[in-house]
Design a protein around this ligand. Structure first.
Ligand code: MSP
Length: 516
């Protein structure tokens, strides 16, 4: 059994979770469930990033100690996970001793090796980004980009990590590991970024400016820069399991790729003599009204509202179906409703109900075996064979949206098959040939449903389990085998109804076509 270690970014606890955070959890969960289905021994980590200026400032605003503030918001992030049916194995908080201990250990080790030095720094500092700026960060007109907030000039002594000396190593590493970053065009952007010389990284903040952090083990007057602290969570959580660490995959948003995950992180690990992660999987942003969904923009949606209204599976389905991993997507309620109604309620929900109703009506609730395959059945089976052959490679390449689209086409064709086969007509005939065809049609629609559900079970786990239960079916342990068209439901005793995606909304009225 192969190990597969997967992590999400750890969320800042300066505000409540929004849809962007929820998406990252769902995407990572879909990858984790998919890998488990493929037989891997998966370890799935998520958590919260609790130190730094932003959290200190938010706590101050509320007039409570930062730890209390962090406890409250971290609890909100933790409470979201079961609501989204996230199957994480661990949850790490950067204020936990297990994390702080590793951060101190690595800092001391790098300090002892001479990788960290103290120097006077004079320059511009962005409090919002907790980052020192360079001339090249300015707008062409000399002002500072909006994202940096207020920028002030400061002079102070700080500790620096010798990043620059590893620039050539990193370029070589990326050349040798072409698939380090998914999508591939993001890796090209990193290589481009590395054409400019790197600066050493300031990894400390004097306590008089920022208290809320991990003290440097070699100088108590300073706390650790929040990114140096946060990145180490991935390693800290599995410190005693080196085999797991070697299989690390990090799911992150595009805003935190360069420089933290693509530059600082591999160099930090390399300097500390530790293995580099296998892959960074970089997703895009959920946008609303043309802007990145975020708390500060005020356009953030609360994922809990959508889950309360439509259920976790519909929410998960929409996010995964709509977004091509790596690119941005606009979130609109209209589009959510279109997919909810046409794909889940109509395509999947109707097939479930038709299968159960007709099996009850024509076969006393016991799923019969297929007997006389004709062209209609053969064509549907051929479509499944084509579909199923694509599912694994698509999912291995994180093309979950396309895999779902294929499953939907198959469901549409299955519903079309039922229309053409018209079991209700066959049910009226007493001829044995028609009765055999009727039994075949019931077996065919049930088998098609079982297969479509197997194809989507990592995205809609709760509905998949419910559908299998009403089909009287317990899936086997080997997922690949579940994707094979067979006679698995032969003789299973089904239920008569299942309400899966209730309250279907009327589809938004399409605008009338313009008259020419
Ligand atoms: N704390 C850092 C990450 C440290 S990882 C060692 C951080 N936190 S965050 O709360 O701002 O963002 C957490 C994750 O959510 C990031 O991967 C970020 O890209 C993602 N998202 C935040 N808003 C998003 C959207 N609107 N859309 C999709 N994901 C986005 O960065």
């Amino acid at each position: 059994m192969e190990s597969f270690y997967i992590t999400t970014a750890i969320d800042y606890v300066n505000g409540s979770p929004h849809l962007g955070h929820a998406y990252e959890k769902v995407l990572t969960d879909v990858i984790a469930r998919f890998r488990r289905q493929m037989g891997d021994k998966v370890h799935f980590l998520t958590g919260t990033d609790e130190h730094g200026q932003k959290v200190q400032a938010s706590a101050k605003k509320r007039g409570i100690p930062p730890q209390q503030f962090a406890d409250e918001v971290s609890a909100e992030f933790q409470a979201l996970l079961p609501k989204l049916t996230i199957s994480n194995d661990d949850f790490i908080r950067t204020t936990q001793e297990r994390h702080k201990k590793v951060v101190r250990q690595i800092l001391q080790q790098l300090f002892d090796k001479g990788e960290i030095y103290k120097a006077e720094y004079k320059g511009f500092y962005s409090t919002r980004q907790e980052q020192f700026l360079q001339e090249k960060d300015r707008n062409p007109d000399g002002t500072w980009p909006e994202i940096f907030g207020e920028v002030t000039e400061i002079v102070e002594a700080n500790y620096f990590f010798k990043l620059k000396q590893y620039q050539d190593w990193l370029v070589e590493f990326l050349t040798k590991n072409e698939n380090f970053i998914f999508p591939a065009y993001r890796q090209k952007q990193v290589v481009e970024f590395l054409k400019e010389p790197l600066n050493d990284l300031c990894i400390s903040r004097p306590k008089e400016r920022l208290e809320w952090g991990i003290s440097l083990p070699f100088d108590e007057d300073y706390v650790t820069y929040v990114w140096f602290d946060a990145l180490l969570n991935y390693y800290a959580a599995v410190i005693d399991q080196p085999d797991i660490w070697r299989e690390a995959h990090h799911v992150i948003g595009k805003d935190i790729l360069v420089p933290p995950h693509a530059v600082y992180w591999p160099i930090m690990l390399h300097a500390a003599g530790l293995p580099i992660p296998k892959q960074l999987i970089v997703h895009g942003w959920w946008m609303q009204r043309g802007a990145k969904m975020s708390k500060s923009t005020g356009n953030a949606l609360n994922p809990l509202d959508l889950v309360a209204e439509f259920g976790a599976d519909a929410f998960r389905y929409f996010l995964i179906r709509e977004m091509n991993v790596g690119q941005d997507s606009d979130f609109t309620r209209e589009q959510f409703l279109v997919r909810y109604n046409s794909e889940l309620a109509n395509n999947l929900g109707n097939l479930v109900n038709r299968t159960l109703n007709m099996t009850t009506r024509f076969a006393g609730g016991v799923l019969p075996a297929a007997e006389v395959e004709e062209d209609l059945e053969k064509n549907l089976r051929a479509l499944w064979e084509k579909t199923s052959a694509e599912l694994i490679p698509l999912s291995e390449g994180f093309q979950f949206h396309t895999a779902l689209e294929r499953a939907m086409v198959f469901l549409t064709e299955t519903n079309a098959y039922i229309e053409k086969r018209a079991p209700w007509k066959l049910g009226k005939s007493t001829e044995e040939k028609d009765q055999a065809l009727l039994r075949t049609s019931l077996a065919t629609m049930a088998e098609a449903l079982r297969l479509a559900v197997a194809a989507m079970q990592h995205v809609i786990p709760t509905s998949a389990a419910k559908i299998n239960a009403v089909l009287g079916y317990t899936p086997g342990a080997v997922w690949r085998d579940e994707l094979v068209w067979g006679r698995k439901l032969n003789g299973a005793k089904g239920e008569s109804t299942l309400v899966l995606f209730p309250r279907p909304q009327p589809p938004e009225k399409a605008p009338a076509p313009a008259k020419s």
